[in-house]
Ligand binder design. Structure first.
Ligand SMILES: [Zn+2]
Length: 365
């Protein structure tokens, strides 16, 4: 999943659409299953209940076969569907869809089905929280999608894929069912901090530790639930580490194209200097000849996977950059969630690990 630049305005707006209730798994189970508390039934009540029916059977003549059949009354009422308006730029379509159905497509697009089922649930809750926060207008911007709450552009909101496209590309029916189950098992659950729906940033792989948000988006400032935490990725994940070699003359061209004022000498070893690191170990400032860039700008300039980098010089004309992780590093690491799931943590424990101090709560209608 590519990371994304999201406008993190933290204004809390009045909540007219939904209210939150404290998560209560038992109560939720009863609501979902449509179960009711048992009641004491007296025989006299049963007789009274059936008296009108007996009366009808005795006094209404048979033969009225065209009368509409009575609807079965014991089918539990279907849960009220929460709707979300989604803009699909590929199909040039704005559609009003069921939130839970939409989330299946998001999880299918954002996380490999081979990941642990608890990780898929983590992704489902994060994706739902993202969607609901946008429905409430808390973060981000909907100006790019004709008023829709979210779009299917992974660079702006969350990726999404239809079942048909998922199956055609790489998936199996079994994989789709696994995702559907992860979404259904977490139905209606979202994350809050101090009673407010959070902005659940996530990324592919943190390289061993996630990042404080203000190190990536300094204008946002500190966000209590987006703090650097340990994350157990390793080399088993393809996104964990990547080595890239750059010819110095190509690098100079790249730098000059974007920063024409930069003055750069012949020897890369003298011209490249990492000036500072964040607490998680990512580069926050780097000198390139006469100019200084932030780690984020350097990553963008060189199209690197992350700012978690090591630089070395195998020879006088070559720069070697080893990146750890994939993405901005803020919030939940998808590979880390998979690793923690395999270690035996459940999805709520994993969410609470990556989003410091949050509560997983039930979205009430
Ligand atoms: Zn969008």
């Amino acid at each position: 999943m590519p990371d994304r630049l999201i406008n993190l305005t933290m204004d809390e707006r009045s909540n007219r659409v939904y209210s939150l209730i404290q998560r209560n798994r038992k109560a939720v189970g009863q609501r979902i299953l449509g179960m009711k508390q048992p009641t004491n039934v007296k025989w006299s009540d049963v007789v009274l209940l059936f008296m009108p029916l007996l009366f009808i059977l005795i006094f209404i003549p048979p033969g009225n076969t065209d009368a509409p059949k009575a609807q079965p009354s014991m089918i539990p009422a279907k849960e009220t569907s929460v709707r979300i308006v989604v803009y699909n730029p590929e199909a040039s379509l704005v559609d009003d869809v069921d939130l839970e159905d939409y989330l299946v497509g998001v999880v299918a697009a954002e996380m490999p089905t081979s990941f642990h089922e608890e990780a898929l649930k983590v992704q489902a809750v994060a994706a739902r929280t993202f969607a609901v926060s946008r429905m409430k207008g808390l973060y981000g911007t909907s100006t790019n999608h004709f008023g829709a709450h979210v779009c299917t552009d992974s660079g702006h909101c969350q990726a999404w894929v239809s079942k048909e496209v998922y199956l055609a590309r790489h998936g199996s029916e079994e994989g789709w069912l696994k995702i559907q189950k992860a979404v259904a098992d977490t139905r209606g659950q979202i994350m809050t901090y101090d009673g407010v729906v959070i902005n659940p940033l996530y990324h592919a792989n943190s390289g061993g530790a996630t990042e404080d948000i203000q190190e990536v988006w300094s204008m946002v400032g500190e966000v209590p639930y987006l703090k650097s935490v340990y994350s157990p990725e390793d080399a088993n994940y393809a996104q964990y580490e990547k080595e890239s070699l750059f010819a110095w003359e190509d690098m100079v061209k790249k730098i000059k194209a974007q920063y024409p004022e930069a003055r750069l000498g012949e020897d890369p070893k003298k011209e490249i200097e990492i000036l500072s690191y964040s607490t998680s170990g990512r580069v926050t400032a780097i000198r390139l000849g006469s100019i200084t860039l932030s780690g984020v700008d350097f990553r963008e300039l060189m199209s690197l996977r992350s700012t978690y980098i090591e630089i070395s010089f195998p020879d006088k004309n070559t720069v070697k950059i080893v990146t750890k992780g994939y993405g901005h590093g803020v919030g939940m690491s998808q590979c880390g969630a998979d690793a923690l799931g395999r270690q035996g943590m459940d999805y709520i424990e994993i969410l609470e690990h990556y989003y410091t101090g949050v509560k997983v709560e039930e979205l009430a209608q």
